[in-house]
Structures are given as structure tokens and as C-alpha cells.
Design a protein around this ligand. Structure first.
Ligand code: R5P
Length: 264
């Protein structure tokens, strides 16, 4: 593998554990000012010391994160649609030149398999991989966002495998029953999205199950920053991802750390 590509992937997936805690704060690109991400700078700042990677759009990166940060950036480069329209009808929003200018360690885009715009979004993925590989930049394909599809192992396995076949270097998907089949059929690393906010205990269980069944980490958003205790939550997630903590132990840590975390 190209040295630059390998180096950038190792900025995202930490070689010490082979795992990653990616902090997803890109939601505004189609959801607008999502609850507790209205002021992105305020949400992101206290979490940054605990994030292995920050996933966001160029607009939020430029306005809400200090350029002096040493947290690697995975730049979302697809969008152009909103929750009010056809979500799957995305375009590539950001050039590779701008991603390089912003010192991105990786670029991310969504694919919508089985949707009306399946072909266009897969075509976007192919174009992005072709361009990004010119510069040794890894591509993270985001699968299965939206409500249209049943998120079971058969569907997610299909999505992840297609993303990998078309050249994605990392795939982001959802956890499901039979997740090991999804992982087994995908030759590149998988990170799991958190999805809608659930109880902290459940989100930690989800993290644990994902890792246990073969994910290399999480790319989690709402279950961290919509918690009343986001700093405690990201630390608990890290304990599972990097230190193989049980969900019970991580939840104990969460409760303990929450006493010192600023309540919203
Ligand atoms: C969705 O397209 C975005 O990429 C989010 O980053 C993703 O859904 C992960 O965030 P959450 O853990 O809130 O689901």
C-alpha cells in the first residue's frame, strides 16, 4: 500500500490498538442545527482531547475548530440534500484540493444502496476513490443512513461489501444481529455509527457488541454529545474500544466521571 495512504489510515485507526473512536459532528450537513450541535464549537471543544478522529464538513471545520488541533480530520465531502428532500440524491460537495488544503487525513461520503439514487452515489464513491488515491487519501464510505432500508445483516453486508469492492478503505455502517457476517464479508475495516440517542448504558452495550463482533471502532455522534455528560460518555466509549472494558465497567466509569463532567 502507498506510504501516504497507509500513514493517513494509521492516523485514523490507531496502530497501538488497531481501533478508533471517531467523533461524528457532521450531522448539520443535512439535519441543520441538530439538538446539542447548534453551537458546534461549544460541543466539539471539550470532546476533542478524547477523539481519535473528528468527522465533519469543511464549513464546521473552518468555523468551529482551531487550526492548531492535532486531531486528525475525516472530511465529509458528500451532501447537497436535506432531511426535507431526497436524502439519497447527494453530490460530491468538496474538492480533493480543498480536502488537502484543510489537511484532511481522510474523506467520507455516503452511499445509498437500494435507493432511487443508488447508481449516482456509487458513482460518486468511484470518482472519489480515483481522485483521493492520487494523493494517498483514504476514503470512508458511509452506508445505510436514512429510514428507507431494513438495517439487517443481509442489507448491511451487501452495502459494506459493495463499498469495499469499489475501493473504500474504511466503511461506516450500523450494528445489527449477525454483525459478524457483515464483518466477515467486508475486506476493509468497519466502524459503527451510534444512531439516534439511546440510554448511555445501551449505547455502551452497542459499542461493546460492535467491537466484540469485529468492528475496529465507532464513528459516534449523538450518543456522545446528546448525553447530559458528553465528556464522561466519550471516555467510557474509549474504555471499551481501546481497553476492551466490559459494558458494565464502562458504565461504572461513565457514572463516576459524570460527577465531574459539567451537566448541560
Ligand atoms: C450521517 O450521515 C452522519 O455521517 C453521522 O455522522 C452518522 O450518522 C454518525 O452519527 P451518529 O452516531 O449520531 O449516528
Amino acid at each position: 500500500m502507498d506510504w501516504g495512504l497507509k500513514n493517513r489510515i494509521s492516523q485514523i485507526i490507531k496502530p497501538a490498538t488497531g481501533r478508533t473512536v471517531m467523533l461524528a459532528v457532521d450531522h448539520g450537513y443535512f439535519l441543520g442545527p441538530t439538538t446539542r450541535l447548534e453551537n458546534a464549537r461549544q460541543t466539539i471543544a471539550p470532546l476533542l482531547p478524547y477523539a481519535d478522529t473528528l468527522m465533519l464538513t469543511r464549513g464546521i471545520l473552518r468555523t468551529s475548530v482551531e487550526a492548531t488541533t492535532n486531531v486528525p480530520i475525516v472530511l465529509r465531502v458528500s451532501g447537497g440534500t436535506s432531511i426535507l428532500g431526497k436524502l439519497s440524491n447527494e453530490i460530491i460537495t468538496t474538492s480533493i484540493r480543498d480536502a488537502i488544503r484543510l489537511n484532511a487525513s481522510g474523506v467520507a461520503l455516503s452511499i445509498f444502496i437500494g435507493s432511487e439514487h443508488e447508481k449516482e452515489t456509487l458513482s460518486n464513491l468511484c470518482s472519489l476513490v480515483n481522485e483521493a488515491e492520487e494523493y494517498g487519501i483514504p476514503v470512508l464510505a458511509v452506508t445505510a443512513v436514512g429510514k428507507e432500508m431494513v438495517r439487517d445483516a443481509r442489507y448491511l453486508g451487501l452495502c459494506c461489501r459493495i463499498a469495499a469492492e469499489l475501493g473504500a478503505h474504511i466503511v461506516k455502517t450500523y450494528y445489527c444481529d449477525g454483525f459478524e457476517e457483515v464483518v466477515g464479508g467486508c475486506p476493509v475495516p468497519i466502524v459503527v455509527a451510534g444512531g439516534k440517542k439511546i440510554e448511555e448504558k445501551e449505547a455502551l452495550q452497542l459499542t461493546y457488541d460492535s467491537i466484540k463482533h469485529g468492528a475496529v471502532g465507532v464513528d459516534m455522534g449523538r450518543n456522545i454529545w446528546q448525553s447530559d455528560y458528553p465528556v464522561a460518555m466519550i471516555q467510557a466509549v474509549r474504555e471499551i474500544v481501546h481497553n476492551n472494558a466490559s459494558p458494565e465497567k464502562a458504565y461504572e466509569l461513565f457514572k463516576k466521571t459524570a460527577t465531574t463532567d459539567k451537566r448541560r
